[in-house]
Ligand binder design. Structure first.
Ligand code: NDP
Length: 296
């Protein structure tokens, strides 16, 4: 079998297009422009790249982008004061504090100081609880992007067996909640799981979020299954730097029915969903109907 490649780059472009259209209508009909504030503390080069990219795509979608760059030695009190200002600013509908934060700052405290309605990353404890209890929330962007691709590919996910490998708070756990919300039978696997290949082989949907380059091989995949590879690993092979996923693409694609590539799979969906969440937040704040197909 040769798997269908799920093109996340094209899918993300479509989502961004839908967001931009909705933003244009908001502006024309109501004079409202959604705004996203991104806070970066310190000079982590990878984070700087992400933040630049987020800012560019926010503006391209017709929204306002507010970037706040703070020194690496910024105090917790100053960071919390900035978040409080953004919470109170009606022009700001989404607030994202780029992680990881420098070690002297308490990430949980900072994230939980964001107004949950503006928490477009979906990491605030209130949003985690709302998602866990099946209520309307802000959903973490990467799992939301995976869900959108799965719905697009499968139509309904109801009754499918899903295995999520990885139990982090930002990917594995919310991914499992979303799949459960769509009536999959969900297994969460992790580093202590016994006989991981056999567990994975039960899956109609296999989500790899382990942070280990190419760990999931074709031996873990049920014939015809859909493999969603969340991994982003920078490795060096044959003297060349390259990006690979948590799944070994060639062997998985030989067995799977569909697979997301790395790069060009889940990665581009994350920022597209950040824009979608900012739009959703703006609509909710103004009592307007939410954009269809852009939320969980
Ligand atoms: P974490 O390191 O926080 O979590 C990894 C999870 O994988 C843990 O639950 C861990 O288990 C599990 N794990 C590790 N080794 C094994 C193993 N040998 N067998 C089974 N399970 C194992 O990673 P994240 O969730 O933050 O990220 C996962 C991947 O997704 C990474 O490659 C990351 O780069 C990528 N990512 C991509 C994003 C995107 O935009 N596309 C966004 C965020 C992340 P345990 O809990 O037992 O330790």
């Amino acid at each position: 079998m040769t798997a269908k490649i799920i093109d996340g780059k094209a899918f993300a472009a479509r989502i961004r297009g839908q967001v931009a259209e909705h933003v244009a209508r908001l502006k024309a009909d109501h004079g409202i422009v959604p705004g996203l504030a991104v806070v970066l503390v310190g000079e982590d080069p990878a984070s700087e790249v992400y933040v630049r990219s987020k800012g560019r795509q926010t503006v391209e979608a017709g929204m306002n982008s507010y970037e706040h760059k703070l020194d690496a030695d910024t105090s917790e009190a100053d960071l919390l004061a900035l978040v409080a200002t953004l919470n109170a600013d009606p022009a700001v509908h989404g607030i994202l504090v780029q992680l990881p934060l420098p070690k002297h700052l308490n990430s949980d405290l900072v994230i939980n100081s964001i107004d949950p309605a503006k928490d477009v990353d979906g990491f605030h404890i209130s949003n985690v609880g709302l998602l866990g209890t099946g209520q309307k929330s802000m959903v973490p962007c990467t799992p939301l992007g995976c869900l959108m691709m799965l719905r697009d590919h499968h139509g309904t996910l109801s009754g499918l067996d899903a295995v999520v490998v990885g139990r982090s708070n930002i990917v594995g756990k919310p991914m499992a909640q979303l799949l459960l919300g769509d009536s999959c039978t969900v297994t969460i696997a992790h580093s202590r799981t016994r006989d991981l290949p056999e567990v994975c082989k039960r899956a109609d949907i296999l989500v790899a979020a382990v942070g280990r380059p190419e760990m999931i091989t074709g031996d873990y995949v049920k014939p015809g299954a859909t493999v969603i590879d969340v991994g982003i690993n920078r490795i060096e092979r044959g003297g060349k730097k390259m990006l690979v996923g948590d799944a070994e693409f060639a062997s998985c694609a030989a067995v799977a029915g569909a697979i997301t590539p790395v790069p060009g799979g889940v990665g581009p969906m994350t920022i597209a969903c950040l824009l979608a969440n900012t739009l959703t937040s703006c609509c909710r704040a103004n009592g307007l109907s939410e954009p269809e197909g852009l939320t969980a």
